[in-house]
Design a protein around this ligand. Structure first.
Ligand SMILES: Cc1cc2nc3c(=O)[nH]c(=O)nc-3n(C[C@H](O)[C@H](O)[C@H](O)COP(=O)(O)O)c2cc1C
Length: 379
């Protein structure tokens, strides 16, 4: 398909995916207020147009946690990606490696950390949720270390699960029973391209990282119940110590929106934070990522890198986030729509679109290096 902007892939994803997977990917929690704010608040930020600067060369490379990347953009963790395309996490990781940007694998991915690392041919960041079974978590961290994951994203904004109304209506987490089963089957057979690519030839569909811990249960409803029961809602900042003893690389706290939490993260030795509200899927009514970013960046005061996500849909959004204090942005839906619509090729193209847009935005604001992006770029 031809995409001019990454949002063109949303339509392709909608067409290709059964409604329950499209709505799972596209939707947010409760009334989806935060989901909408994440995008709308970016649009409010005006950039300062500057002219007559020599912008024939624009440097976009960055260093993050000791690694060099071609631009300040990465693929954030998106669960279930292997249900959008055949072995979707592998396709996305290959695209990220080709573009020389980081990619984080969700704990709730279909492909395991071993499969993605080995088939994509390079190490990946790993996103970690804390489940109650610490023995299992320790063993999982050993697997992550064995695959030489350079960075651990520790997601902390999912102590309990926000309710997603769309998932109830679509059959994703609807009440078990014949009606839901028929709805799911109908959605499958009416999307034959997906049915062939994912359902029939994209197996196994287990959660590769936690398959050993998940009790067999039917469908996503059973799985989300399992998450509620097994997720460790008792974790506090003290648990960073536990994690630190088991993961030797940089630990980045994902899901910080409040400056006091950011200060706590620094005080307890975190190596970075991701300003994030989980893509508007958790606390509906929370601030957008981009609105929360400046206060968090100020609280951190340059001591550790600040990344952000939530509503990043273009390279111009990336520049807005850099101007407000982020060192890099993570994409969520932007890359997952592209994966669903056009596989690894879609993700490669989405990254190139973002790269071109960021280059243009830098040049037209008079910057010759991403590192120059600061609040003076804002009009
Ligand atoms: C379908 C979907 C699944 C997600 N799964 C995870 C996950 O497993 N772990 C995690 O830390 N964040 C997860 N996220 C949140 C993303 O990492 C990111 O914070 C969010 O998507 C950013 O918002 P945006 O997609 O609107 O840009 C998920 C988001 C979506 C849309």
């Amino acid at each position: 398909m031809i995409a001019a902007s990454v949002m063109d892939y949303r339509a392709g994803a909608k067409e290709r995916l059964p409604a329950m997977f499209f709505n799972y990917l596209d939707g947010g929690s409760y009334q989806e207020i935060t989901l909408k704010r994440n995008v709308a608040d970016f649009a409010e930020i005006a950039l300062k147009q500057r002219v007559m600067k020599d912008v024939s060369k624009v440097e976009m490379g960055v260093k993050l946690f000791g690694q060099s990347y071609s631009m300040p953009v990465g693929l954030g963790p998106v669960g279930f990606s292997g249900m959008y395309r055949r072995r979707g996490e592998v396709q996305a990781a290959r695209a990220a490696h080709a573009a020389k940007v980081p990619v984080a694998l969700s704990t709730l991915s279909i492909c395991s950390v071993e499969e993605v690392t080995q088939k994509s041919g390079a190490p990946i960041w790993y996103q970690f949720y804390m489940l109650k079974d610490r023995g299992f978590m320790s063993a999982l961290l050993e697997r992550v270390a064995e695959q030489k994951c350079p960075v651990l994203l520790f997601t902390v904004d999912l102590a309990v699960l926000g309710a997603r109304y769309r998932d109830v209506h679509s059959g994703m987490s609807g009440p078990p029973g014949l009606r839901t089963e028929i709805s799911r089957a109908w959605q499958g057979v009416t999307h034959p391209a997906w049915l062939w690519d994912v359902y029939l030839t994209g197996r196994p569909h287990a959660f590769g990282n936690i398959a050993g811990a998940v009790r067999e249960g039917k469908g996503f409803g059973a799985f989300s119940k399992w998450v509620q029961e097994n997720n460790d809602a008792s974790i506090t900042w003290k648990d960073l110590e536990w994690l630190r003893a088991r993961f030797k690389g940089p630990i980045v706290i994902k899901g910080v929106l409040d400056p006091d939490d950011a200060k706590e993260a620094v005080a307890l030795g975190a190596d970075g934070v991701v300003v994030s509200n989980h893509g508007g899927r958790q606390l509906d009514g929370a601030l957008s990522g981009i609105k929360a970013l400046p206060a968090v960046a100020d609280a951190i005061g340059g001591r550790i890198p600040v990344l952000m996500d939530g509503g990043v849909r273009s390279g111009l959004d990336v520049l807005r986030a850099l101007a407000l204090g982020a060192q890099a942005c993570l994409l969520g839906r932007a890359w997952a729509y592209a994966l669903a619509a056009d596989g690894g090729r879609g993700v490669r193209s989405a990254l190139e679109i973002i790269r071109r847009e960021l280059h243009t935005a830098l040049a037209l604001t008079g910057c010759t290096d991403v590192k120059q992006a600061g609040r003076d770029l804002l009009a």
